[in-house]
Design a protein around this ligand. Structure first.
Ligand code: AMP
Ligand code: MG
Length: 476
């Protein structure tokens, strides 16, 4: 008997050109990898139901729950700056939307659920490695307090997917505030479909920016949300790796964990993605790329901003110019907190950059340097300790002008644990031999990133040279 979930599918009610309606393609032999109990409860779903035989069938796409309206969303996008007029969900199927226990509408989507009309040459499937990677990293981001899509569950399919070699297939159940992207707006703008743009704008406003009244309000809302998001990425050393416009949400949540990575040693130019040969999406370029993407959103919205083209461009350009100040303010607030500061002084930006510059020079571990500010171990990250000491003298003087008891504030602003690439790799390699223990152990540590967890100290260590991961791969 198929499960019944309390769906209310607003995206499915949009006109037919927004999506392709189809069911997931069943798989040979579903097996449970993980269910996220806390998230299930937040969604009003019983974890034991998801873990049951019929639950696992549903999570694998073999049984469509009652009330679902499965569909693949249409969207377009710029990939590495190149325009692709039609992308769309090529391997993801939205089962539907539920209203969670906080009253928020959430998408439930199966990623790796089989081919769709948008699959192009792809097989519609996902390999277990990228599924586990997205599960680990998206849940770690959430625990770090960073807006993100979530992982509700992961299952194996009992089928092989062919990549460079055959790999076990898996399906991730992704939960998001919505899957509407910059590329969704671009899709309709490129087709001159102003009616669809208007419907999409109303839909996005109702879901994500209820105070907004106009397309310009929506644009401003997304600009502010993305400025906030990217400052938070940078506060934990996160590199998204594939900030194409189809991977940038309107909600302001992080989405699409393909070749992403957290830095171990800090460098502003760091790139991990094997497909990012020119460093387009390098760590410190992320705010610039965000503006570039937001400009694509702005130009998609022009016909709704003003009937007069010139006036529309002028208004949208002014809105985009706001990004720089918003980002700067968010970045300062993130990094002031990481230095234990609660007040603002004009020289704070120099103090922050002073530390980051020294860290880059010393190849200091990003996470352990900031965490180490709370217990004086930051100094160990610097081969030339005088460089750090000189900075620390200025920092101490600045701290003395702020509130006392900065230790607890430092620990609350800088995690001890991030999903380090070598740990993710170890969890994936073990899973490929059938051992899920490292995957579960890693998730448990990352669920409490700001707690000291002395027994788990090994998870805070950077990779040994032979463990270092220098490249990450797009999970297709
Ligand atoms: P991504 O790089 O994951 O953002 O995906 C870019 C586009 O390629 C999206 O339209 C995806 O749906 C599509 N895609 C990625 N992998 C596959 C696959 N294995 N089969 C079909 N479509 C895919
Ligand atoms: Mg994508």
């Amino acid at each position: 008997m198929p499960l019944s979930l309390p769906f209310d599918n607003s995206y499915a009610r949009l006109p037919g050109r927004f999506h392709a309606r189809l069911d997931p393609t069943p798989v040979a032999s579903p097996g449970l990898i993980a269910v996220n109990d806390t998230l299930a409860q937040e969604l009003g779903l019983a974890p034991q139901t998801l873990r049951s035989a019929s639950g696992v069938q549903m999570l694998a796409g073999n049984a469509v729950p009652e009330g679902a309206a499965p569909l693949a969303q249409a969207y377009a996008g710029h990939q590495f700056g190149g325009w692709v007029p039609q992308l769309g969900d090529g391997r993801a199927i939205l089962l539907g939307e539920v209203i969670d226990t906080n009253g928020t509408r959430r998408d439930i989507q199966l990623k790796g659920a089989g081919p769709t009309p948008f699959s192009r040459r792809g097989d519609g499937r996902a390999a277990i490695g990228p599924v586990l990677r997205e599960y680990i990293v998206s849940e770690a981001m959430h625990a770090l307090g960073i807006p993100t899509s979530r992982a509700l569950a992961a299952v194996t399919t009992g089928e092989a997917v062919l990549r460079e070699r055959p790999l076990p297939g898996a399906v991730l159940t992704r939960v998001a505030a919505s899957h509407i992207r910059v590329g969704t707006f671009q899709y309709f703008a490129a087709r001159g479909d102003t009616e669809a743009l208007r419907l999409l704008t109303d839909h996005a406003i109702a879901r994500h920016y209820p105070q907004a009244e106009t397309a310009l309000d929506l644009l401003n809302g997304v600009i502010a949300a993305q400025a906030r998001l990217i400052a938070r990425w940078m506060g934990v050393g996160f590199i998204h790796g594939v900030m194409n416009t189809d991977n940038m949400t309107i909600s302001g949540e992080t989405i699409d964990y393909g070749p992403c990575a957290f830095m171990d040693t800090y460098h502003p130019d760091k790139v991990f993605s094997s497909i990012d040969q020119h460093g387009r999406y390098a760590f410190s370029r992320q705010p610039d790329i965000a503006v570039w993407n937001l400009a694509q959103l702005a130009s998609s919205l022009l016909p709704l901003i003003n009937d007069n083209d010139e006036a529309a461009v002028e208004t949208a350009t002014a809105a985009l110019r706001g990004f720089g100040d918003l980002f700067r303010a968010e970045w300062l607030s993130v990094f002031r907190a990481k230095l234990g500061l609660t007040t603002a002084e004009p020289e704070d930006a120099d103090l922050i950059s002073g530390l980051l510059d020294r860290m880059a020079f010393a190849r200091a571990d990003f996470t352990n340097t900031f965490r180490g500010l709370a217990d004086d171990s930051a100094r160990d990250q610097f081969t030339q300790a005088e460089a750090f000491d000189q900075w620390a003298t200025a920092w101490q003087a600045r701290l003395a002008r702020d509130l006392p008891d900065h230790q607890a504030r430092l620990r609350a602003a800088s995690p001890a644990y991030i999903p380090r690439n070598h740990r993710i790799e170890q969890a994936i390699q073990a899973a490929l031999t059938g051992d899920l223990t490292p995957f579960h152990a890693l998730n448990a540590v990352l669920a409490r990133p700001f707690d000291d967890q002395p027994k788990q100290a090994a998870y805070a260590l950077p990779p040994r040279p032979e463990e270092t991961v220098t490249r990450t791969f797009c999970g297709t």
